[in-house]
Design a protein around this ligand. Sequence first.
Ligand SMILES: Nc1ncnc2c1ncn2[C@@H]1O[C@H](COP(=O)(O)OP(=O)(O)OP(=O)(O)O)[C@@H](O)[C@H]1O
Ligand SMILES: [Mg+2]
Length: 303
Amino acid sequence: MTQFCIDVKNLNKYFANNHVVKDFSIQVAKGEIYGFLGPNGSGKTTSIRMMCGLITPDSGHGECLGMDIFTQRENIKKRIGYMTQHFSMWGNLSIRENLLFIARLHNLAQRQHRVEQTLAGLGLSSRQHQLARELSGGWKQRMALAACLLHQPDLLFLDEPTAGVDPKARREFWQTLHRLSDEGISIMVSTHYMDEAERCHKVAYLSNGQLLANGTIESIIQAQHLTTVRIRGRELSVLESRLQHFPVVEQTVIFGNALYVTAQDEKQLLTTLSQVISDEYERVKVATNLEDAFTWLMKKHDD
Ligand SMILES: Nc1ncnc2c1ncn2[C@@H]1O[C@H](COP(=O)(O)OP(=O)(O)OP(=O)(O)O)[C@@H](O)[C@H]1O
Ligand SMILES: [Mg+2]
C-alpha cells in the first residue's frame, strides 16, 4: 500500500457536455483530516464519489486505500465509510434498530457487539431507544456517523455532515472527528463553514470543477501574498463603497463594527488609506484569514 490513503491524479468528470471536475489531483495521508470547500455546484460531491469508487471518472487514475478506483471499487467500499450529503435513516426505527439494520446490510459479524461498541463510542447509548425521526439535527448526524463507523472503516468521506447543525453540536462532532483521526482514521470532509475548515489539518478549495488551492491553511494564506487592514469608525458602508473604486483594493468586507480591506500591494494600500480616510478612523494591519484567501482565489480565477 502507498503511504497515502487517497492518491488520485487528473480525474475528470463530465455530465453530458458539462465538465464538472477538471484534472482533480489530491494526496491524503493516513490519519489526516482533509477539508473540502467550494461554492455550490463546484464539484465537491462528484469528486468525493469518484475518489471512493462510487462513480467512474472519464479520465485520470488513482488509488483509494491502495486500491485502484477503477478496478477495485467493491473492495474499496468495504473499507470506507460514506456519509452522504442528504443522508436518511428510518424514522420509525430507534437509533439502535437503525444501526442493527445497517449492520445486517453489511453482513457484519458480532452485530450486537459492534452496535454496542459504536453506540458507546459516539455517546449514543443513553438515547439508543429514541426514534430517529424524533432526534434533533445534531443527534441525527451523530447517528449517521455511527452508521458509517459500524464496519470499522479506515477512511471516512463526510459530505457536509454538519449542515444546519447548531454550533455546540458541531463542536462536539468535530471533537469526535479529531478523536477518530488520532486513532488513525483518515477523514475527507466537505463543508461550507470556515470555522470547520480551520479545524482541518489540510484543506482543498474547488471552484467550477477546478482545484484552486490545496494544503495547510497557513500555506494557502501565505501563497496569496495579501495584506489586510481593519478599519473602525462611523459609516463604514459608505467608506467601503468609496474604497472599492481604488484599483489597489482587491476586496472589502464588514464584520460588525469593522471594515476589512485586502490588497496585494501593501505599500500602495497604506498610501491610499492615508489619503482617503481621516485620522478619526482606527487602522490596524491584521492577519489575512482563510475566507479572505478563498475570496481572492475565486476573484482571480473569475478574472
Ligand atoms: N448525476 C448528475 N447528473 C448531471 N449533473 C450532475 C450530476 N451530479 C452533479 N451534477 C452537476 O455537477 C456539478 C457539480 O455538482 P456537485 O454536486 O459535485 O457540486 P458540490 O460542490 O457538491 O455542490 P454543493 O455544495 O451544492 O453540494 C453541478 O453543476 C451539478 O449540477
Ligand atoms: Mg455536494
